[in-house]
Write a protein that binds this ligand. Structure first.
Ligand code: SAM
Length: 222
């Protein structure tokens, strides 16, 4: 267990927080990282890959929970060229996301919003890489207090996801949603059960990464 925690800390710090690696993998350029932030994680990487397979220039895309680099929004804007908006619940994260959007010379509006509450623009596709680290594990591996909304999925990892699914269900429109989740934290069985609780929501497809323990769930409301 100690070794496992040690390696988790090591790869979190070496891989996801190294600007050189982020610049190498993505088209997006990055401003200097706040010490509590990270550039991307394996879920971000795989979610972008799946989105690029499915989106086209006619889509109206919402990057929900855009994070400090607005990476998913920027990659979709640069590589698909459709309409893109972004949102986050955390105002400190939004400040950094806006700086990175400006640094990339793109125009993407960022809403401060708890899920869909304040989003005024239209969208027909959503992506969400929700926080799914359990509060106790996050404490053990010293994840950021300042950006707690980045990772904290509550006691059982599924608190934000449960609320997201409820909000998706209540939404008046029926966008397609791509939700990426690390299966080491929450497996497909658990996610299927959460979605099934809402009769009109359906998982259309699950993309499973062959390289990483990440699943992307394609969810639609009927
Ligand atoms: C795991 S991070 C993902 C960041 C980025 N999208 C990525 O893939 O690297 C989760 C993000 O969702 C945001 N978030 C958490 N709860 C939210 C909510 N209720 N509404 C909107 N954003 C939320 C967090 O502030 C954080 O930026």
């Amino acid at each position: 267990m100690q070794i496992n925690l040690f390696f988790r800390k090591l790869y979190l710090n070496l891989f996801f927080r190294t600007k050189f690696i982020a610049n190498f993998i993505f088209k997006t350029r990055f401003i200097e990282r706040d010490k509590d932030a990270y550039y991307f994680d394996i879920t971000t990487y795989y979610l972008i890959k799946v989105l690029l397979l499915n989106l086209n220039s006619k889509n109206k895309f919402l990057d929900l929970g855009t994070g400090t680099s607005a990476l998913i929004a920027l990659e979709i804007k640069k590589r698909v060229g459709c309409k893109v908006i972004a949102s986050d619940i955390n105002k400190e994260i939004i400040k950094l996301a806006k700086l990175n959007i400006k640094f990339n010379k793109e125009k993407i509006y960022v809403y401060k919003s708890n899920f869909f509450k304040n989003i005024k623009s239209d969208f027909n596709v959503i992506s969400f890489n929700p926080p799914y680290v359990s509060s106790s594990l996050g404490k053990k591996i010293s994840l950021s207090e300042k950006f707690r909304s980045q990772w904290d999925g509550g006691n059982k990892s599924d608190q934000v996801i449960t609320n997201f699914i409820k909000n998706l269900y209540k939404l008046k429109k029926s966008p397609i949603c791509y939700m990426g989740i690390n299966s080491q934290h929450l497996g497909a069985k658990h996610i299927k059960k959460l979605v099934k609780m809402h009769t009109r929501l359906k998982i259309l497809k699950i993309y499973k990464s062959s390289m990483f323990p990440v699943n992307v769930y394609v969810i639609k409301k009927f």
